[in-house]
Design a protein around this ligand. Structure first.
Ligand code: ZN
Length: 68
């Protein structure tokens, strides 16, 4: 699994807020994800993340916000 901090990913099921896209905040035994719609942060075990992952939408730093 080639995933890096800052990447934007899409999961198979939407967050309860309706958002599909997440920014990867942390990569380790657990994957930290921040919902791009509501800003909520969740942690998923890596295996569960890999099962839920549908697509990598864009790669850091191509998607780096101008403010950073
Ligand atoms: Zn959300």
């Amino acid at each position: 699994m080639d995933i890096h901090m800052g990447d934007i990913v899409r999961l198979r099921k939407p967050h309860p807020c309706g958002g599909y896209e997440w920014r990867v905040m942390r990569v380790g035994a657990d994957i930290g994800l921040k919902c791009q719609t509501c800003g909520r942060v969740v942690m998923l075990p890596r295996g569960e993340f890999e099962r839920r992952l549908k697509a990598i939408v864009s790669r850091w730093p191509d998607n780096k916000p101008a403010s950073l």
